[in-house]
Design a protein around this ligand. Structure first.
Ligand SMILES: [Zn+2]
Length: 77
């Protein structure tokens, strides 16, 4: 259970209370390629359409970004 994060009750963009926690696929374009990340939890404002991503969103997003990162780019010091 995700209990240690406060969910938004109001849109940070338009102050509408019509904000809801949703789990939806997110698509974005990276290096000209479309990457779809399934089941990203985030909050969505049904008034202005703005989406807000929290730490649990990035827990899902980050492994995908790692996977799609061009080759190994680990810093060698
Ligand atoms: Zn809004």
């Amino acid at each position: 259970m995700l209990t240690n994060r406060k969910h938004l009750t109001q849109c940070l963009s338009c102050d509408s209370p019509k904000i809801k926690y949703v789990i939806e696929d997110r698509a974005y374009i990276k290096d000209g390629k479309k990457i779809v990340i399934p089941k990203v939890p985030h909050e969505k404002c049904f008034s202005c359409g703005e989406r807000f991503f929290g730490p649990e969103s990035y827990e899902v997003i980050e492994p995908y970004q790692e996977k799609h990162r061009c080759k190994k780019r680990k810093a060698v010091i």
